[in-house]
Write a protein that binds this ligand. Structure first.
Ligand code: AOF
Ligand code: ZN
Length: 411
């Protein structure tokens, strides 16, 4: 187990999710091992818990030996705390709970939603301690879960090291509650000197296998993947996550930003890779092009799972971001991964609603003459300091992940 921790320390999140191997009951765990296992458990819900947070828990006995773990597996389903207790019952381990510690990636909930309050369940158990990575940004919980557990005689710790270990696991959920809007992340793959491709010509470099696997994982983690008209026309991307085989996986929405309808007029919809029966496509058009849509095209698009929608444009001819966010929210989209291109990243950054940057880089210099820089359309009203910066080496590629918004802890 110690060796496993050392090896996992250098892993990207998708690799951590896939190397999940619960230990047998009775295995001695370090605190760091308990954090990591809770985190890995939470990741098992990626792509299925949509709009609810990914949550993982690990239960250890009074001598810090592993008992059981659980995670929130799907929207509306039992919470991680309920799952871990089902496991305890199934394994006949209820007798080991006296003095036990529960590690939770999120503060236990304290109200009856689609499922009963976890604090009620925990208060009936003889456990001594609950260690959480962070409090719940949901105002119906928000520190109240901690207080109720304390009133039940349980010691509660909010552990900053645990918080760091779980990375951005709960950031989308937090953003939805704090700002009442979808969480927005940009995924950019560039050369070392910051170029995403050469002008006019086809792309002639590629990220390595680990970086590509990570991209697929990211797509699965988000409710929707967004591209602009240029990216669609140049790359005809599929935008599908294909790697992590979790039960009941929901394929993310695909969203196309096409203010003037150039992508719509470029090819028949059914010839586009991203149009497939398995996915819902939301295709946004500016009002002028939207007004030209005939009922025939609307109906044909609908048959292919494509919803053609009109959204207002600003004087620069780009979508008004607040209107766009409202459209997404109305469809239950809580998180969006922006896959390109420059104007898509630029519009969200300029509107101050870009929450996260995932920058994958390859060891290649493209040079000024050839290169098209990812930041060419990045007009910021002021310099932005990034937080929670993480670097992961993926063989000869590397990933820089960082938040644009500083976190505020509720308690
Ligand atoms: C937990 N453990 O595993 C999760 C929690 O509608 P419900 O009943 O599913 O409740 C959803 C809310 O519960 C969600 O908004 C968040 O505040 C919390 N999620 N809490 O104790 C879990 N998924
Ligand atoms: Zn709960």
């Amino acid at each position: 187990m110690k060796k496993m921790i050392m090896e996992l320390a250098d892993c990207a999140e998708d690799e951590l999710a896939r190397s999940f191997a619960p230990p047998s009951p009775g295995t001695q765990l370090s605190v760091e091992q308990a954090y990591l296992l809770a985190y890995q458990s939470a990741l098992q819900g990626a792509g299925t818990v949509r709009l609810n947070p990914m949550v993982g828990v690990v239960l250890v006995d009074r001598r810090h030996r592993f008992l059981a773990l659980g995670w929130h597996a799907y929207y509306g389903g039992p919470h991680a705390e309920v799952r871990v207790m089902e496991e305890i019952t199934a394994q006949g381990l209820a007798g080991e709970l006296a003095g036990a510690t529960l590690y939770c990636t999120l503060e236990p909930c304290c109200y009856e939603g689609k499922t009963p309050a976890c604090t009620d369940l925990l208060a009936t158990l003889p456990i001594s301690r609950v260690v959480i990575a962070q409090t719940d940004p949901n105002p119906r919980v928000s520190g109240q879960g901690v207080r109720l557990l304390q009133q039940a005689g349980i010691i509660v710790e909010v552990a900053p090291v645990f918080r760091r270990r779980v990375g951005d696991l709960l950031d989308a959920f937090s953003c939805n509650h704090r700002h009442q809007r979808p969480y927005i992340a940009a995924k950019i793959a560039s050369s070392l000197d910051g170029y995403i491709g050469s002008r006019g010509a086809k792309r002639h470099w590629l990220t390595n296998e680990r970086a590509r696997a990570y991209t697929h994982w990211l797509r699965q983690r988000f409710d929707a993947i967004m591209v602009g008209a240029d990216t669609l026309i140049h790359d005809n991307p599929l935008l599908a996550p294909t790697l992590f085989p979790s039960r009941g996986l929901k394929i993310p929405w695909k969203i196309v930003l096409d203010p003037r309808g150039r992508a719509l007029d470029f090819k028949p919809l059914k010839e586009l890779a991203l149009v497939s029966s398995k996915t819902a496509v939301l295709w946004l058009l500016g009002p002028e092009r939207g007004a030209l849509l005939g009922p025939e095209l609307q109906a044909a698009a609908k048959d292919l799972g494509v919803e053609l929608v009109t959204c207002p444009l600003n004087p620069a001819g780009r979508f008004v971001i607040n209107e766009l966010l409202a459209l997404l929210q109305a469809r239950g989209i809580g998180s969006v991964l922006l896959e390109g291109g420059r104007f898509v990243w630029g519009s969200f950054a300029a509107a101050g609603v870009l929450d996260k940057l995932y920058l994958l880089q390859i060891p290649q210099l493209m040079g000024l003459r050839e290169g098209m820089a990812w930041n060419e359309a990045l007009h910021l009203s002021r310099p932005v300091v990034l937080h929670k910066v993480e670097m992961t080496l993926l063989d000869d590629n590397w990933l820089l992940a960082a938040s644009l918004e500083q976190e505020r802890e509720i308690l």
